[in-house]
Design a protein around this ligand. Structure first.
Ligand code: ADP
Ligand code: ZN
Length: 729
C-alpha cells in the first residue's frame, strides 16, 4: 500500500468499514479533503457508519452517483503501518478485513467531540467591591490557578461558598472556561534511576538497548523471580527516552495492579491501561491519546495490540507462553505472533519474556530467528524452590480426601512457622463429575458434549463449555432413583472443605476466577494474601501467573498427572510450563521454598523432566518428537471447524471437502477428518473437525483459500479456519 498523502475534496476514495461487506467501498472525499487513514463517517444504505479512508478509490461506479463522506473525525488518522498490519493479519488468519478492522476501532464514540467541563480561572478585572472572601478566591487562583479549578474545588480551597466564585464571574475578575474532560496522561520520566542491576541483568539490559531503534525479537528467559521485569523495564525506559511509545502485554488483568504500581515506582507516574475492566470513557481517552502520541506506555491485554500508536518502539509480551494470548473466538489470532508482525512493520523491538517459553519461541531462538537472553539465578538471596514428587501409590489416602499425609505434615510445619502454603488444583468448582450410584449415569449438559460440574458455592451444576447452569437434582435424571447422586473427584471448593476439616484454625483463601464478582475483588484478595492475610491458599491456574507472595514457602500440587492425559499435541509442554510456573511461586523472598507434586506416575518422562530441572533437555526432547511427527513448530497446521444444528450435513460437507483436496495436495498438504470435534457439541450446535497438515515453508493460507473457494454452506452452518490452532477442541 502506498499513500498519496492527501485527497482533494470530491476525489474518489476507498473507505473500509467494520460492516460485513468484505472490501472497501468508494466514496467522494468530503469538503476540505482528507488524509489517507482518516476516520470518517459514511452513509451505508440508510445508516451512518464509521470507516477508515483506505486509499484511492478503484471502482468504476459512476462518479456522479458516488456518495460523499459525511464528516471526518477529529482523531489522528490511522497510520499506514497499522493499515498494513491489519491487511496482513487478515491474510494470515484468513479473516475478512472488516472483522479485523473492528479490533482496531474498539473505542466507542471515538468520533464524538471530547466531553467538556467548566473550570474557573483568573480574569483580568479587579472587582469594584473587594471582600475577604473574594480576596481568598483570587489568592488561590494567583498562587496555583493556571489550569483552573472546578467550582467546588476552588470554593473549598478558598474556604468560601460557590456563590462567592459566581459573584466574581459576574464582575469579570474570574472567568468561566470550558476545557476537554479527558485529562492528559501524566508524563513518565524515563531518566529516573531503576534498581541497581545484577551483572546478568545489566548485560541483558545492555543487549536490549543496543538493539533498539529497529525491528528485532528477543526471547528473555529466566526463572520466576530472576528479574525479567526489571530488565525489560530498562528497555521501556530506553524506548521512552527516544521519544517512542511502548506497549507491555500481560496475560491476566489480575496481574496488572501489582505491575502498575511497579511502573509508577520506576517512572513516577502510571501508564495507560487497556483491558476489559477499563471504562468506556477511559478506553476512548487512551485510544485517542495513543494516536496523538500523548501516552508513552500502555499496559494491556492482547487487544491493546490494535491501538493506533503514533510511534511504537517496543512491545513486551510478558509470560509469552500463556495460552490466553490466543483468541479463540471471533478473529482467531495469537497476540504473541501478531506482536512480532506488527513490530516488524513498525520498526519496533519485541521482547518475549518467560520462565518457560513456548516451544515455538524456543525453536525460533534455536534457529537464530530470535535472539535469546538468559537470566540464570533468582535475584538476591532467593533460591529456586527444591522440587520433589510424592508417590501417591505409597500414600495412605482416606476416602474423599486428596491431601496425602506427607503434604499434611508439610503444611502443618508451615503454619507453625508462620509461613504460607499453596495447594494447587487446576479444577474449578466442587466436583468435576456427578454420578448416580444406582445406575452409573453421569450428569451431562443438555446442549454440549460435556459433563456438568458441581459448584457448591453457587448451589448449582455448571457447564464449563457454555455456562449453562441447573439446580443440583436429588433424583437421577436417568433411573429416577432418589438420593443416589454423588460427587466424584475434587475441585477447589471440595479441596477447601478438606483443608477446613484438617486445619480448622488456619486462615484459608481460595483463588478461583469464578469465585470473584469482579477483577477488582480478585486483585484485592491477592494483595491481602501477599500481605500475609492467609495461611493456606488454594488456587487454580490463575495463581500460576506472576503474583508475588513473599511468605509462601510451600507449593503442593494436588494432582500433577492431570494434564498428562489427552491427545493435545501440547499436553507435555503445557504440563511442564504449568508445573514450573506454579513451583516458581514458592520461596520468592528470603525463605527457601519447596514444591511437592502428588503423582501416581513419578517415572513419567515429563514429570522427571520437571523434577530434574534440566529444561534444555526437556525442550530438545520435545522438539525432536514434534519434528519427527512434522507438527508445529516444525510443520504447519490449520484446524477447520464446521458447526451447525444438524450433524449429517456437516459430515457431508466435510467429506466432500476432503475428497476435493487438489488445491491442498498441490502444496503437499494432507487432510485429516472429518471427525467429531473433541468437544462434539456446544450450545446445541454440532461440531465437526478437520485438520490440515503441511510442511513448514508451504503456502498454507493460499492453498486453503483455493480449497475453500466456492464452498456453499447451508444458512445455519458455519465454518471457522484456525491457523496454528493452540487447543484441539
Ligand atoms: P521476574 O519478572 O523474572 O519474575 P522480577 O523482575 O519480578 O522477576 O523480580 C523478582 C523480585 O526481585 C521483584 O520483587 C524485584 O523487585 C526484585 N528484583 C529483581 N531485580 C532486582 C534488582 N536488581 N534490585 C532489587 N530488586 C530486584
Ligand atoms: Zn453446555
Amino acid at each position: 500500500m502506498s499513500d498519496p498523502g492527501w485527497f482533494e475534496e470530491g476525489a474518489r476514495i476507498a473507505v473500509l468499514t467494520a460492516e460485513p461487506i468484505g472490501k472497501p467501498l468508494d466514496y467522494r472525499a468530503p469538503e476540505g479533503g482528507c488524509f489517507p487513514g482518516a476516520f470518517v463517517e459514511v452513509p451505508l444504505g440508510p445508516r451512518k457508519v464509521l470507516g477508515v479512508v483506505w486509499g484511492a478509490g478503484t471502482g468504476d461506479f459512476d462518479m456522479a452517483k458516488l456518495r460523499s463522506v459525511i464528516r471526518v473525525f477529529d482523531v489522528a488518522p490511522m497510520r499506514e503501518e497499522l493499515r498494513d498490519f491489519l491487511l496482513r493479519m487478515a491474510d494470515y488468519t484468513m479473516t475478512a478485513l472488516p472483522q479485523v478492522l473492528r479490533l482496531a476501532t474498539r473505542a466507542p464514540g471515538l468520533g464524538d467531540p471530547p466531553g467538556l467541563r467548566k473550570v474557573y480561572r483568573l480574569g483580568g478585572d479587579e472587582p469594584a467591591r473587594m471582600t475577604d472572601a473574594r480576596k481568598a478566591v483570587l489568592d488561590v487562583l494567583r498562587d496555583h490557578g493556571g489550569a483552573g479549578f472546578h467550582l467546588g474545588e476552588l470554593a473549598h480551597l478558598a474556604g468560601v461558598t460557590t456563590q462567592v466564585v459566581k459573584g466574581l464571574v459576574k464582575t469579570g475578575a474570574v472567568i468561566e472556561a470550558e476545557v476537554p474532560r479527558d485529562l492528559p496522561f501524566p508524563r513518565l520520566d524515563p531518566t529516573l534511576p531503576g534498581k541497581a542491576l545484577s551483572e546478568a541483568q545489566a548485560q541483558a539490559a545492555d543487549a536490549l538497548r543496543a538493539s533498539a531503534g529497529g525491528y528485532s525479537t528477543t526471547l528473555l528467559k529466566g526463572v520466576t523471580g530472576s528479574g525479567k521485569t526489571e530488565v525489560y523495564l530498562e528497555a521501556v525506559a530506553h524506548c521512552l527516552a527516544q521519544g517512542r511509545q511502548a506497549l507491555v502485554l500481560l496475560p491476566e488483568i489480575a496481574l496488572s495492579s501489582e505491575f502498575l504500581a511497579r511502573v509508577e515506582a520506576r517512572f513516577g507516574a502510571r501508564p495507560g491501561e487497556w483491558h476489559s475492566g477499563v471504562t468506556q470513557s477511559e478506553r476512548r481517552r487512551l485510544w485517542k491519546a495513543c494516536g496523538k502520541g500523548d501516552v508513552q506506555l500502555v499496559v494491556g491485554a492482547r487487544s491493546a495490540l490494535f491501538l493506533p500508536f503514533r510511534d511504537l518502539g517496543l512491545i513486551v509480551v510478558d509470560e509469552e507462553h500463556d495460552g490466553s494470548y490466543k483468541q479463540e473466538e471471533g478473529v482467531l489470532y495469537n497476540a504473541r505472533d501478531m506482536a512480532v508482525l506488527r513490530a516488524s512493520l513498525a520498526s519496533a523491538q519485541v521482547v518475549l519474556a518467560s520462565a518457560t517459553p513456548s516451544l515455538e519461541s524456543w525453536a525460533n531462538a534455536q534457529a537464530g530467528k530470535y535472539r535469546r537472553l538468559d537470566l540464570g539465578a533468582r535475584f538476591g538471596t532467593a533460591e529456586m524452590p527444591e522440587m520433589g514428587a510424592i508417590d501417591m501409590r505409597e500414600e495412605a489416602l482416606e476416602a474423599g480426601s486428596w491431601i496425602g499425609p506427607t503434604l499434611v505434615s508439610e503444611v502443618t510445619q508451615r503454619i507453625a512457622a508462620g509461613q504460607q502454603s499453596m495447594l494447587f488444583l487446576n479444577r474449578r468448582g466442587y466436583a468435576p463429575v456427578t454420578i448416580c450410584r444406582a445406575c452409573g449415569h453421569q450428569i451431562a449438559c443438555d446442549h454440549c458434549d460435556a459433563r456438568m460440574v458441581e459448584h457448591r458455592f453457587l448451589k448449582r451444576l455448571v457447564c464449563h463449555q457454555c455456562g449453562e447452569t441447573k439446580p443440583i437434582p436429588t433424583k437421577c435424571p436417568s433411573c429416577e432413583v432418589e438420593g443416589k447422586l454423588a460427587p466424584v473427584g475434587p475441585g477447589v471448593e471440595r479441596l477447601a472443605e478438606e483443608v477446613t476439616r484438617r486445619f480448622p484454625d488456619a486462615r484459608l483463601s481460595v483463588l478461583s476466577s469464578d469465585l470473584f464478582g469482579s477483577a477488582r475483588a480478585l486483585k484485592e484478595t491477592i494483595v491481602e494474601i501477599a500481605n500475609g492475610g492467609a495461611d493456606i491458599i488454594i488456587g487454580t491456574q490463575i495463581v500460576a501467573k506472576g503474583h508475588n507472595f513473599p511468605k509462601l514457602t510451600l507449593v503442593g500440587v494436588i494432582d500433577a498427572d492431570l494434564g498428562l492425559q489427552g491427545s493435545d499435541l501440547r499436553a507435555a509442554e503445557k504440563t511442564f510450563q504449568l508445573m514450573r510456573q506454579v513451583a516458581g511461586r514458592a520461596g520468592r523472598a528470603e525463605e527457601k521454598g519447596i514444591a511437592l507434586l502428588q503423582t501416581f506416575q513419578p517415572e513419567h518422562p515429563v514429570l522427571r523432566a520437571i523434577l530434574g530441572g534440566d529444561e534444555e533437555a526437556f525442550w530438545a526432547q520435545e522438539a525432536a518428537a514434534r519434528q519427527a511427527q512434522g507438527v508445529p513448530p516444525y510443520g504447519r497446521m490449520a484446524g477447520i471447524i464446521l458447526s451447525g444444528p444438524d450433524l449429517q450435513p456437516l459430515f457431508d460437507i466435510g467429506s466432500q471437502l476432503a475428497r476435493n483436496d487438489a488445491a491442498l495436495r498441490r502444496i503437499g498438504a494432507q487432510v485429516f477428518g472429518p471427525a467429531p470435534a473433541p468437544i462434539a457439541r456446544v450450545r446445541g450446535r454440532h461440531r465437526v473437525r478437520m485438520l490440515i497438515k503441511a510442511e513448514k515453508g508451504a503456502p498454507l493460507q493460499l492453498a486453503l483459500k483455493g480449497w475453500l473457494k466456492g464452498l456453499r454452506l447451508p444458512n445455519n452452518a458455519r465454518i471457522a479456519v484456525d491457523i496454528d490452532p493452540q487447543s484441539f477442541l
